[in-house]
Design a protein. Structure first.
Lengths: 96, 407
């Protein structure tokens, strides 16, 4: 995130006047658990990508390639929805 | 200009007709009902272009007004008492989002026990909500203040919601002579409303009310505090412009016979008119008494209060509300706090709580207050305050308690 602004530099009323700015607001530090991918078990079904509420599943060329740890809040939905046969995503304590 | 016979409610409805707001969302509550009743007639008769939204509660009334204002149009509402109480949550949102909403508040007591008559308990509770508060002494002032409020709220350096108040029934339902400006004069005075940010401006998308945590919330609140400071600075400019179109000059406070007054009584709203009459009578009897009416209550006119009290020997402060558990009523707390730390901090101040639930305050009551204050001036003995005026049992209660303790 860019340098924090002073009170008299801000738009009125707490408004956000720039669309799509949420990407600049890094929420990764909120995590207690983080998702970890076992690439060998993943079959790229992308159910995790559909369910992730924070657009934090990184996909390249139709393949699941990892997580956007700057924005993933560690909710664990991806691990939960990962099909039983695969179980390619596991949640581990953030600082392990 | 034309002269009309209007109640306070009708006078504000007339001002709203001339302002022609884009959206009005309201819910009826005594004594504000007549105001919206009248305005709804204007809508039904096609005299305004307003989208009138009839909602199911005051929480919704102010919410819809907030939505309309954020969308980018001029939006107004009106309420009283329990209605204002139900708007509580949204009061802070309107102020925090810096939406220039103008709301007429017809002052009424708060439940319980239920009472429909005038006192200041409702708006006094909202005094720290971030709204500008302008009190009106009569129907003319309610009309004028409503028009002035639009310009104040929308001032680009201010952008804060404004409550224009009048005392329930005493002003709202009393017919008076009101000078009404020409429609075109009002239209030119308030001008077009063209806010910088509009929720419905899809070419320039903005977000209203996003999450604001430890890193920025404080900065936004600091900016909001500064907006109140700006209001304190700029309202006088709007008042001056209003003088040019109306010939009526308003100040933050209105001094009356104050230059050589030993005893000054401070008040808000309709009581100020009664006090002025009493001042005239007592002056005929040779007492040097004066009055100070606070018209702009938020932001509090700190410099003006000090300026006009600088010649006084004793000050009385009238509060038509109780700040339960506080050492004084709300107006007295403000007056004492602005005097504190100045060379006037030793001035004796006596607080009078009066008129709750519409209890009449008569010239005789005010005369007794002035006489008591004059005794304070001579003896230097300041009675324990707040003093409750016009309530049965106050005269002998403390004697009775003393006796009980002895036995």
């Amino acid at each position: 995130m860019s340098e924090l602004k002073k009170w008299y530099e801000l738009p009125v009323g707490g408004l956000i006047i720039e669309p799509g700015s949420a990407v600049k607001y890094k929420t990764g530090s909120w995590r207690t658990f983080k998702p970890v991918l076992d690439r060998s078990k993943c079959n790229d079904c992308l159910i995790c990508w559909i369910y992730c509420p924070d657009n934090s599943i990184l996909v390249n060329d139709g393949k699941m390639v990892g997580f956007d740890y700057d924005h993933c809040k560690g909710c664990g939905i991806c691990a939960e929805v990962c099909p039983d046969k695969a179980k390619a995503i596991s949640m581990v304590l953030e600082h392990q | 200009m034309k002269v009309m016979a209007l109640t306070g409610n009708e006078a504000v409805a007339e001002a709203m007709r001339q302002i022609n707001p884009d959206v009005v969302a309201a819910y009826p509550i005594t004594p504000q009902t007549e105001l919206m009743h009248k305005f709804a007639e204007f809508v039904a008769d096609g005299l305004v272009d307003t989208e009138m939204v009839l909602v199911e509660s005051e929480h919704s009334a102010l919410s819809a007004t907030v939505g309309a204002s954020a969308a980018g149009v001029r939006a107004m509402t009106a309420t009283s008492s329990q209605g204002l109480a139900l708007m509580w949550e949204i009061l802070y949102i309107a102020a925090g989002l810096r939406l220039p909403i103008v709301m007429a508040v017809v002052n009424r007591a708060l439940s319980a026990p239920i009472n429909i008559h005038g006192d200041h308990s409702d708006t006094m509770g909202a005094r720290d909500s971030g709204w500008i508060q302008i009190f009106s002494e009569n129907a003319q002032e309610a009309y004028d203040n409503t028009i002035i409020a639009v310009r104040v709220a929308e001032h680009p350096e201010v952008l804060l919601p404004v409550m224009v108040t009048m005392d329930g029934f005493i002003i709202s339902h009393t017919m008076e002579r009101v000078e009404v400006l020409d429609d075109e004069v009002v239209r030119n005075f308030i001008g077009e409303y063209n806010p910088r940010y509009k929720l419905l401006d899809v070419e320039n998308p903005v977000t209203f009310g996003p999450l604001d945590l430890q890193d920025y919330y404080f900065e936004h609140k600091r900016a909001q505090a500064e907006a109140m400071e700006n209001a304190y600075r700029f309202i006088k400019e709007v008042d001056e412009e209003f003088y040019k179109i109306s010939g009526r000059r308003y100040q933050y406070v209105e001094p009356y016979e104050i230059d050589d007054a030993d005893v000054v009584l401070i008040s808000l709203g309709s009581t100020a008119g009664t006090i002025k009459d009493v001042v005239d009578n007592l002056r005929l009897k040779g007492m040097r008494v004066g009055a100070l009416k606070i018209r702009l209550y938020r932001p509090f006119p700190r410099d003006e209060v000090i300026e006009y009290l600088s010649n006084a020997s004793v000050i009385g402060v009238m509060d038509r509300a109780i700040a339960f558990g506080a050492p004084y009523g709300p107006v007295c707390l403000d007056v004492k706090s602005v005097l504190q730390g100045t060379k006037f901090s030793e001035l004796p101040v006596v607080n009078y709580i009066y008129g709750l639930g519409g209890r009449d305050i008569r010239p005789g009551d005010i005369e007794r207050i002035f006489i008591e204050l004059d005794k304070v001036r001579i003896s230097g003995e300041v009675p324990k305050s707040p003093r409750f005026i016009g309530v049965r049992g106050e005269e002998d209660y403390f004697e009775k308690v003393k006796r009980l303790v002895k036995n």
